[in-house]
Design a protein around this ligand. Structure first.
Ligand code: SF4
Length: 342
């Protein structure tokens, strides 16, 4: 095996931790020489190398850092080549702190371009929605992420819940609309000249996850404009959870550490053929089960966010989760468990 300067560059400690096999073999990926690291990690907006339209259509893979989006990206790279795939990652400050480095490193290992962006809003009580988009910021490092709780801006899901005086819920899921869909749609609209008249956006949604997702078509229009259309495509719609984890394993990629933080074992990931299990987008996601959030609450690094959720519950008079499941009920048991474990 030829170990090139490139492969030495990417053999950082964290890469070896998450991607023990691929960190070594990246230089040997079959899709031509990987671009240099500066090219690979540059953001598309303002990137002059992207001003010319590519010869073959690009597929935009929407990735939150979870297993489904990553498995989908691996499949796309296998099928179309790394040069035809762009990963779009919508950054939310309530996500796991490991998420952005994980996505960044996965893209570096795969030789896939990454666009990571965060939307921030400003409070506008005179508008119908109460907030107005202030900016979409490119994120190049964790230091670029605007944290929640900053005065004057609405940077995260908890900020918006406080502004709207209502936490998000499965029936009114404004968190996804404001912090994920809006960012990706804005990026597509801004880059459609370059992306072509039919923009394909791959989403890692699977039929087995829920009855709602099972009913979805595998291809449908996401955005229609005069001269172009963006399509949502679900390439892993029919995959099982086990197939998804196994795809990551085939590539030597460790799943996001959030799965293990929430109690998932290797056996459950790779051997047990069942659905469900923890999510890894926002910590304390509105869809998280009681067991998942109990695990999360026990982690000291999650307590600040847990206290933030409690503040939202106090200010809005509503529980963070539906059916009366409150964040406030998690804190005391988590603190006593932590004391016992010490
Ligand atoms: S991960 Fe959960 S809380 Fe976060 S935006 Fe998605 S649905 Fe909302």
């Amino acid at each position: 095996m030829n170990i090139t300067e490139e492969s030495f560059y990417i053999l950082t400690d964290s890469l070896v931790k998450y991607f023990p096999q691929k960190a070594v073999v990246t230089a040997l990926l079959p899709h031509g020489a990987p671009p240099n690291l500066a090219q690979r990690w540059c953001m598309c907006e303002g990137d002059r190398t992207l001003s010319a339209r590519p010869k073959r259509p690009i597929i935009v893979s929407s990735v939150s850092g979870g297993k489904d989006g990553l498995a989908q990206t691996l499949w796309l790279v296998e099928r179309y080549g790394a040069d035809r795939v762009i990963v779009h990652h919508q950054v939310i400050p309530e996500q796991w702190p490991e998420t952005f480095p994980y996505v960044q490193e996965a893209c570096a290992v795969l030789g896939v371009r990454l666009v990571a962006q965060q939307v921030i809003y400003e409070h506008r009580p005179d508008t119908e929605r109460g907030v107005r988009r202030l900016a979409i910021c490119d994120v190049h490092s964790p230091d670029d992420i605007v944290p929640w709780g900053q005065p004057g801006v609405v940077a995260g899901v908890t900020d918006l819940a406080l502004r709207r005086r209502w936490p998000p819920s499965p029936s009114v899921r404004f968190c996804t609309r404001y912090f994920k869909c809006a960012v990706l749609d804005a990026w597509i609209a801004r880059n459609h000249d370059w992306l072509g008249s039919d923009v394909v956006v791959a989403l890692g949604e699977r039929a087995a996850e829920s009855a709602r997702r099972a009913k979805k078509m595998e291809l449908w229009p996401r955005l229609r404009r005069k001269n172009w259309t963006a399509w949502n495509w679900l390439p892993v719609h029919q995959w099982s959870r086990r197939e998804v984890f196994r795809k990551l394993r085939d590539w030597g990629l460790a799943p996001h550490p959030a799965y293990r933080h929430q109690g998932m074992s290797s056996r459950r990931m790779y051997d047990v053929d069942e659905e469900g299990g923890p999510r890894c987008s926002c910590r304390f996601c509105i869809y998280a089960t009681r067991a998942d959030v109990c695990h999360q609450a026990e982690m000291e690094s999650n307590r600040t966010l847990l206290r933030r959720l409690i503040a939202v519950e106090r200010a809005t008079g509503r529980t963070w989760w539906t059916r009366g499941r409150a964040a406030v009920g998690l804190l005391a048991p988590a603190l006593s468990t932590a004391q016992v474990q010490r």
